[in-house]
Ligand binder design. Structure first.
Ligand code: SF4
Length: 258
């Protein structure tokens, strides 16, 4: 499978329908994926089990690279609508994540005050007060919840450390609605086990969880590129739209990407 890694700290910008001109920030290594999950659908391939953690980019390098790209774009009258923390793994694992968010907010105010700062996270680090507080400061705090059934999360996201769904749920509730939930729907088979987070039982549990978390938005999507595991199927757009209608019926804003 040809999965994909970002080879720079600051990448793009890419033109996104949702975010506009979006600059990406990769707080993980350029040559491997570091994450607390090992999702079978990950487009970055399988997680490096710890050996790359020591070579995360330095805080000062992240900030100087970002400052230089923003300066260059501003001087050339080029737009930036969003700065998005994504990349090769879980951005909140970076030990200076909170400090980098504070500095990014300052740079954004100086160069592109109308740009939105987004973080795409798997939510496993939200029990850490520093991470929680940093996520509260960004415009779009986008947190993953692929299932509300612990067994399914274990099959799909394959957590690498201590993981307990009730703890994750508690953490998500503590945002008091100041978060976006992102859910990847897939079907397939991995390691001899059937995987499907679109069954009626799964959807009922997930919708119940959303009713409790009350996010400001839910993003539903399916795979778009090659995945770490083989035999993972994309869920058709029509089906995602049917799922989205059920979220809307809860009074929660929802966005679908096919
Ligand atoms: S949380 Fe994101 S980066 Fe980590 S394994 Fe899953 S899809 Fe990949």
């Amino acid at each position: 499978m040809s999965t994909f890694l970002f080879d720079k700290i600051v990448f793009g910008p890419v033109q996104s329908r949702r975010l506009g001109v979006s600059l990406g920030i990769n707080l993980l290594p350029p040559d491997g994926k570091v994450c607390t999950f090992d999702c079978i659908y990950c487009e970055c391939g399988w997680t490096d089990k710890g050996e790359k953690v020591g070579i995360l980019p330095k805080q000062e390098d992240v900030i100087s690279k970002l400052e230089s790209v923003l300066t260059d774009r501003m001087q050339n009258n080029l737009p930036i609508d969003a700065i998005t923390f994504a990349g090769n793994g879980e951005p909140t694992m970076h030990p200076k994540f909170a400090e980098i968010i504070d500095q990014t907010i300052k740079l954004k105010q100086r160069f592109y005050p109308n740009a939105r700062i987004s973080v795409l996270s798997n939510a496993t680090m939200i029990t850490k007060p520093k991470v929680f507080n940093a996520l509260l400061k960004v415009d779009d705090n986008i947190l993953k919840l692929d299932s509300a059934v612990e067994e399914t999360i274990r099959k799909i996201n394959c957590p690498l450390g201590d993981f307990h769904l009730p703890e994750l749920m508690e953490g998500l509730e503590r945002f008091e609605g100041n978060l976006v939930i992102q859910t990847m729907f897939i079907r397939g088979e991995y390691d001899g086990q059937k995987i499907d987070n679109t069954t009626e039982e799964e959807l009922l549990r997930w919708l119940d969880a959303l009713s409790v978390i009350r996010p400001k938005q839910v993003m539903v999507y399916s795979i778009a590129r090659d995945t770490a595991a083989e035999n993972i199927e994309k869920v058709p757009l029509k089906e995602l739209e049917t799922i989205a209608k059920r979220v809307k019926a809860l009074g929660i804003d929802v966005r679908v990407s096919g």
